[in-house]
Design a protein around this ligand. Structure first.
Ligand SMILES: Nc1ncnc2c1ncn2[C@@H]1O[C@H](COP(=O)(O)OP(=O)(O)OP(=O)(O)O)[C@@H](O)[C@H]1O
Ligand SMILES: [Mg+2]
Length: 325
């Protein structure tokens, strides 16, 4: 029975303690504004020790988690929202755990035939036990150069480095391990980077227009992401129609294979021969002024507030149906 919730506002969660707190606050602000413009009554709230008491005292109709990075995307907060039986927009905790862990997500999507870059996943202890130099030599012997080193579980390209010469690998490993105990090392895939949002407001997952990303350096790193003007975005991406269709197919297939819900954004690279390579998927994609999903929504001729409001409606209806008294 959720009738006691009606009339309470939508709560947009933003902030939290992750490395991406700042980005999350900006995403939360934009999301709240968009929902208000669609006529919804929205409160913005940080994640802190007062949150549970506030949600219990005044249960919202629906929560919109705009939390990026560890606790926002690894399913932890959603696990707690499920405990409280508070409806929320987005994937459930188990799907988030799978998607947020890049090596795990890669193996799940590979099973449905999606191509991902050749890579190895190594915990910090392996370097200590076997000798860092020997392990790094083996990695380069197998993957060659250039390679990309990144934390297995992170976002906003934090701790992510392009390595073009063997001498730069140790620093790149240290950089990745600063954000977590496991690193993913992949062959560098040259081509056009595109990001494809997938939305499902109840009628099945559909891809929105692919956004092509052209950073001023070889990878779309943290600075390129959040410095206005340093990256060129083209939406819809200037790629042949059959390649765009393949990008959409891969993004929807990844969303389904990982058991995601409502909204996701897949990051892909299209090689020059047109093949599409899956890098990773985000369960809480950014909604800042320089973020990709709002650009794609606009290119689809849709209104950001309307899209978010339809996701809120679908989430509220779903959880009202599944929640037992
Ligand atoms: N194997 C690869 N080949 C080429 N470029 C790569 C590769 N892996 C990562 N990159 C580059 O590094 C960037 C960050 O990598 P990735 O998207 O995997 O990490 P992230 O930190 O989870 O980012 P996000 O904020 O999108 O969640 C990518 O946008 C891309 O530019
Ligand atoms: Mg990414």
């Amino acid at each position: 029975m959720n009738s006691h919730r009606s009339g309470h506002p939508i709560v947009v969660l933003a902030g939290g303690l992750s490395h991406e707190r700042d980005v999350s606050l900006r995403s939360g602000r934009r999301t709240a504004e968009a929902l208000r413009s669609a006529g919804l009554d929205v409160a913005e709230r940080d994640v802190d020790s007062g949150l549970l008491a506030a949600l219990l005292a005044d249960p919202p109709t629906c929560v919109v988690p705009m939390l990026h990075g560890e606790s926002g995307e690894d399913g932890a907060i959603r696990e707690v929202l499920d405990l409280l039986r508070v409806p929320y927009v987005g994937s459930g905790p188990a799907a988030c755990r799978t998607a947020f862990d890049k090596p795990v997500a890669k193996s799940v999507v590979a099973r449905v035939g999606i191509t991902t870059p050749l890579g190895v996943c190594l915990p910090h202890e392996t370097f200590r036990e076997l000798g860092a130099a020997q392990v790094m030599d083996a990695v380069i012997a197998r993957l060659g150069l250039p390679i990309v080193v990144k934390p297995a579980r992170s976002g906003s390209a934090l701790g992510c480095t392009l390595v073009e010469s063997a001498a730069d690998l140790p620093d790149a490993m240290v950089n990745a391990f600063a954000y977590g105990s496991v690193a993913l090392i992949e062959t560098y895939v040259a081509g056009t980077e595109v990001s494809v949002p997938v939305v499902d407001d109840g009628s099945g997952p559909r891809a929105l227009p692919a956004v092509a990303i052209k950073p001023d350096g070889p990878i779309y790193d943290y600075t390129a992401r959040y410095t206005a003007g340093s990256t060129e975005f083209t939406v819809p991406a200037g790629l042949p129609a059959d390649v765009l269709a393949e990008c959409a197919r891969v993004a929807v297939a990844a969303h389904e294979a990982l058991g995601l819900r409502d909204l996701s954004r897949s990051d892909l690279i299209v090689r020059d021969d047109g093949t599409v390579c899956f890098l990773e998927v985000n369960v809480a994609p950014g909604f800042t002024e320089t973020s990709l999903v709002p650009l794609s929504v606009e290119a689809a001729g849709l209104d950001l507030g309307d899209v978010l409001a339809s996701l809120v409606r679908a989430a509220s209806a779903r959880d009202a149906r599944t929640t037992t008294p």
